[in-house]
Write a protein that binds this ligand. Sequence first.
Ligand SMILES: *Cc1c(COP(=O)(O)O)cnc(C)c1O
Length: 365
Amino acid sequence: MIPVYSPFLDDQVRRYVLDCVDSGWISSLGKYVREFETSFARFCGAPYGVATSSGTSALHLALVVLGIGPADEVLLPSLTFVATANAIRYVGAQPVFVEVDPATWCMDPADIRQRITSRTRAIIPVHLYGHPTDMDPLLAMAREHSVRVVEDAAEAHGARYRGRPVGALGDVGCFSFYGNKIVTTGEGGMLVTTDPALAERARFLRDHAMDPERRYWHPEIGFNYRMTNIQAAIGCAQMERIDEILACKRRIARQYAEELAEVPGLTLAPCAPWAESVYWMYSVLVEDGFGMERDQVMAELCTRGIDTRPFFIPIHHLPPYRSSVTLPVSERLAARGINLPSGTGLTEDEVRTVTAALRAIGKGG
Ligand SMILES: *Cc1c(COP(=O)(O)O)cnc(C)c1O
C-alpha cells in the first residue's frame, strides 16, 4: 500500500531520542524543548515559540491568552479539521463559519464582512492542506474591527504569503506536530508570536500557571500543555533538514501537477500567484467530467494499493456544530476533494503509480 503520509525519521532523530533516554531527561525539562522552540520560531520569522502537547492545545492556549471567552464570537472556515472549532468551544466562545475561496480553498476574506458582528473577537484563518490564506485583506478587516487573528498553521509549516512565512502574520500562529504533519514530533504543537507578553503568558498557563518565582504557587487555573524533551528532540532533528523536507514536498507537488494536468474532470491543488504552498496533502477535486464519483475513485485507488483521504467534512455538518448556514463552496469542495499520497518518503515511481491509476480509472483512461 502506498500510504497517504509517513513521518520523516532519520539517524539524527534516533541519536537525539537516545540522548534523552541516556541522560534521563525524558519529561518537559531538558535542553531540546528550548532549542526546538528557538529554531522553529526563527523558521517562522517570529521571536517567540511556546511548545505544547498538541496543535489543539496550542489553539486553546492562543484563545486563552488573547482573552477570548463566553459571549465572544470567533470566525473560522467550516472546511477544516474539527480541532479548530473545538478550541473555540473550550473557551466557551461561539464559532461562526466563513465561506472559503475556490481559488485557495481557504477562508474567503470577502465573506468575512457579512459574518462579523459587534461580538466578534477573533478570526482563525486555516492554511488548508499547506496553502496560505489571503492574509492582507483579512488582517485589514481585523484591524478595522479590532479583532485578533490566530493563524491555524497546523498544515502549513514553511508556507509563505507574499514572501512572508505563515504563523507570524497575525497575533498568534499555531502549529501541529502530529505524526502526519510536515514537521512531526509524534504528538505536539507550538504557538508562535511576535508579542513577548503573549508568549510569557502562554508559557505560564502551559505549566499549571505556576509562579516562576515561587514553586507550587498557582495564582490562577492553568493547564498541563507541556511538550516533552523526547518530542522536542525529534523536532530538533527534523528542523536540521527542514529545507530538504520542503523541497521534497515541492517535488512531489510538481510531479502530480505535471502528470495530472491533462486528465479530464480533475481540478488540481490551487496555488495563488502570491502563495508558496507547501502542499501538506497534495489534493485534487473529482469533477463531473471525470466520469466517476469521488468515493468510488477512492475505492478504486484503494484496490490498486493507493491510500487516500477524503476532504474534511464541513464542521457545520457535524452534530455538535450543526447549523442552518449553507456554505456552497465549502460543501462542494468537501464532496469532491481527495488527499493523495504526499509523504516525504514517496518516490517518483510511486507518484507515477498514483497518476497512472487516476488516468486509467477516469474517462480519459
Ligand atoms: C492537525 C490539525 C490540528 C490539530 O492538531 P493536533 O496536533 O492533532 O492536536 C488543528 N488544525 C488543523 C487544521 C489540523 O490539520
